[in-house]
Design a protein around this ligand. Structure first.
Ligand SMILES: O=C(O)c1ccccc1N[C@@H]1O[C@H](COP(=O)(O)O)[C@@H](O)[C@H]1O
Length: 211
């Protein structure tokens, strides 16, 4: 069986990137969304992404940006993956996927079975669907978990991942229950909003690898 992919999101320091790399994460995420406590300017995201060691992949998280702003952000940061975490439509995602040689992920907040069905509109339009809890104070990054039982019996027709409220304490259980091929965390490895905790990053990766 393939190892679970691990994304640590909302990083803002070289130290946390190095910790994620050493702990076995596969992806690190940079948030470019001003209302977030994890927001980075494009210049800061670019500077940090240049420090990311191979084979770690970089993910740029954007929320409901227009075409020009999106193109500017991607051009500035040059990520491996763009994670769209707002109101982006399947058509918009598909157009972006066709235009760019990088992966496009779409995060979708799901509350119930109908939400899971609705999310399937993104199959074929993106490279991966990320299932998250419905939006809270922010579109994501709220530390809220979705109902994992929605995923456990689901037949997936596209690559996918699990986000929302994952922590070192619950990630192994989440993987066991859902069989998620990728797990994604942000607030679950912080000591305060926007402040990553190196020990929690290590513990999360270890628990995910053993899950
Ligand atoms: O992290 C943020 O501040 C953020 C802001 C806007 C949209 C998404 C955001 N984070 C992403 O949300 C999920 C779940 O995060 P958490 O683990 O529950 O804190 C994850 O993909 C974050 O990268």
């Amino acid at each position: 069986m393939q190892d679970t992919l691990i994304k640590i999101c909302g990083l803002s320091s070289r130290e946390s990137i190095d910790a994620a790399a050493a702990a076995g994460a596969t992806h690190v995420g940079f948030v470019h969304y001003e209302p977030s406590p994890r927001h980075l300017s494009l210049a800061d995201a670019r500077a940090l992404s240049e420090t990311v060691p191979d084979p770690l992949l970089t993910v740029l998280l954007l929320v409901s940006m227009g075409p020009d702003e999106t193109a500017r952000a991607i051009d500035a940061v040059q990520p491996d993956v763009v994670q769209l975490h707002g109101a982006e439509t399947p058509e918009w995602c598909a157009a972006l996927k066709q235009a760019l040689p990088i992966e496009i992920w779409k995060a979708v907040g799901v509350r119930d079975q109908a939400g899971m069905e609705h999310a399937q509109r993104y199959v074929g339009a993106v490279d991966r669907i990320l299932y998250d809890a419905p939006a809270g104070a922010l579109p994501g990054g709220n530390g809220l978990a979705l109902d994992w039982s929605l995923l456990s019996g689901f037949t997936h027709n596209a690559p996918w991942g699990l986000a929302g409220g994952l922590t070192p304490a619950n990630v192994a259980d989440a993987i066991r229950q859902t069989k998620a091929p990728l797990v994604d965390t942000s607030s679950g490895v912080e000591s305060a909003p926007g402040i990553k905790d190196i020990d929690k990053i290590r513990a999360f990766c270890q628990a995910a690898r053993n899950g």
